[in-house]
Every structure is written in C-alpha cells, then in structure tokens.
Design a protein around this ligand. Structure first.
Ligand code: ADE
Ligand code: ZN
Length: 337
C-alpha cells in the first residue's frame, strides 16, 4: 500500500529491542549444534525449528514467553554468537528503514551460565560498528537487569569492574529493568537506579506491560527513569496520562508483542488514540521479533497503521517524537530530523 512505502521511508528509531529476542528458531538450533548445547528433551516444542516457531504462536502470558526466551538464549556462548545475532538484527533493521537503534541485552542471564560479560559486549560492539559503517545505522547498548532475581544481585552485577568499564568507556549507555513484572515492583531496584544515576547513565524500565499503572508511578518516582518501556496500562489512569505527557516521558510501545503476550486482544485495542489525544509521546518497537512471528519494526508500524488509519501528519509527529526521545547525540538527532 501507499502507507507501507511512507512508513518504510520514515527515519525510524527503535528503542525497545532485546537482542536475545532476535534469536530465530533456526539460528537457535544451529547454535545448539555448534556449541554442543542440549535443548530440553521433555518439551515437544523443541523437536524442530518449525515446532518451536509454532509454539511461539501460542504464548499465554509474559512468563510463558520468558520460559522460552531464557531457554533459547542458552545457546549463545562465543563472541561470534553474539555478533552474528546482532548482525542478523541489523540486516532486518536496514531492510525496514531503521536509522537508529537502542538495544537491550540481559547480562545476568549469560553470566549465570559462565559466559563472561566481555564476550557479550565485544560481540555486540563488533556488529554495531559494522552496522554503522556498512548500513549507516547508529546504535547504542542498554544493559538490562532481571527483576525476577534478587535486587542485591543486580547491584552486584552493576558493580562488576567489567560492567563499570563498559559504562565509563561509553560502550554501554544506560540501564533497563526487564523480565517477570507482576511479582517484582520497580521500587525493589531503587538502589540500583540511584547508582546508575550517580554514574550519569540513561535509565529506563519495563513498567505497565502486565503490571498496573501504579508500577509506572513508582518507576518514575523511586527509579527516576527517563523513559518507560511498554507503559500501555497508564491509559487506565487519566491523571497518570497527563503526568507522563507533562514530563515528556517517552513510552516505548511494542504493539505486536502486546498481542502475542496477551496484554491486549489486538493491536486495535492499544491506547494509541488516547496517547495522541493526551500528548503522550511514544515510539513503536518490536521487543522480541524472533519470538513474535518474526515481525520486525516495519511490521509493527504497519500493524498500527492498519488498526488506526493514522494520517501522514500523525506519522510525522510519532517519528519526530521518537527521534527527540532517543539517547543519541544532539548532532545525530539533527541528522535524523
Ligand atoms: N524480556 C524480553 N522481552 C521482555 C518483555 N516484553 N517484558 C519483560 N521482559 C522481557
Ligand atoms: Zn521488552
């Protein structure tokens, strides 16, 4: 359609992409063989890449997805595994017209398996440099902490010398908070976020995906975050909508993810119109595309267009908000605007 071309051509910024969530079933099986990793033999979903892809069509919740997400990433061992994972993502991003990408990764899940932090970051950094040089895509890394693990472990990971070095050297720009939401409210991680703020790091957190609007309030107040990942449930609280709009907080909305994880029945049920009416800024993102039907960023833009029939002007506003809400340099923003 006419809009597909328009949306493809927009200089899109992606702010909510878990690199581990770009691991396709095919690559997962190939790396399991290469690295000698035994996949679960008691789950028929792991019979083949095709059966695994079918199982991904039937996630019942965030936690049901996370079970497969953590099993999947267990095949990543070598720097080259992380590099090729990120490079695969950049190829999709390039095809979709992504200009700038802010990429999440989950070090605690890899450190727990004995994979050194430098292995992860060096692999991702190689792919980022190549994407900048060959595809013209700028990117940065955001280190996420897992809320289902004890907060003291997040702080201990944050304090590791190699993690500190990745921050002070500028290889990693900010921190995030992800994994299972409902049982782990944001304020558990107040100390972690205070330390990140002291270091001058950018700060975001998943909140209001499955969790109630009050988790967004505590994420803003206790964690003092600059952005909210998902945040769709703020639509249930008009005063919070106003507050998020007034404070200029960007929501990183992930439409197809929200449908796959049953946060909403369909993309049309997302509060996109309420956000636009209230002046809440948001970007559109793919979250874990390999787990959600292999729908990368442009598919998410198209799904929003199909559901809401936005105007070219609406898209121009969305695009500008997502450039302005990015964590890249002022000069890079200028180039994108
Ligand atoms: N980890 C990867 N994707 C996630 C999501 N959508 N919510 C919480 N944790 C995640
Ligand atoms: Zn996410």
């Amino acid at each position: 359609t006419q809009f597909h071309t328009l949306l493809q051509a927009l200089p899109k910024c992606e702010h909510h992409l878990h690199l581990e969530g770009a691991l396709t079933p095919e690559t997962l099986f190939a790396l399991a063989v290469k690295n000698g990793i035994q996949l679960p033999s008691d789950d028929p979903a792991f019979a083949s890449p095709a059966s695994l892809a079918l199982r991904y069509q039937r996630f019942t919740s965030l936690d049901d997805f996370l079970h497969y997400y953590y099993l999947g990433m267990s095949v990543l061992l070598q720097p080259s595994d992380f590099e090729s994972l990120a490079w695969d993502y950049f190829l999709h991003a390039s095809k979709d017209g992504v200009a700038h990408a802010e990429l999440f990764f989950d070090p605690q899940a890899h450190l727990a398996r004995g994979v050194p932090y430098e292995t992860i970051v060096s692999g991702f950094t190689k792919a980022r440099m190549r994407a900048e040089a060959e595809l013209g895509i700028s990117s940065l890394l955001v280190c996420c902490f897992l809320r289902h693990l004890p907060p003291v472990e997040a702080v201990a990971t944050f304090r590791l010398p190699e993690v500190q070095h990745s921050f002070t050297s500028g290889q990693v720009t900010g921190i995030g908070l992800d994994s299972s939401e409902l049982e782990y409210p944001p304020e558990l991680f107040t100390d972690l976020y205070a330390s990140a703020r002291d270091l001058g790091l950018k700060r975001t957190a998943h909140a209001g995906e499955e969790g109630p609007p009050s988790y967004v309030t505590t994420a803003l107040e206790a964690l003092r975050i600059e952005r909210i990942d998902h945040g769709i449930r703020i639509a249930e609280d008009p005063s919070l909508l106003t507050r998020v709009a007034d404070e200029g907080i960007l929501l990183t909305v992930c439409p197809i993810s929200n449908v796959f994880l049953r946060c909403v029945p369909s993309v049309a049920d997302l509060p996109i119109q309420a956000f636009m009416r209230a002046g809440v800024r948001f970007s559109i993102n793919s979250d874990d595309p390999a787990y959600f039907g292999n729908h990368f960023l442009l598919d998410n833009y198209c799904a929003v267009q199909t559901a809401f029939d936005l105007t070219a002007n609406d898209w121009s506003v969305i695009c500008k908000n997502s450039i302005n809400g990015s964590w890249c340099s002022a000069s890079r923003k200028e180039a994108l605007l």
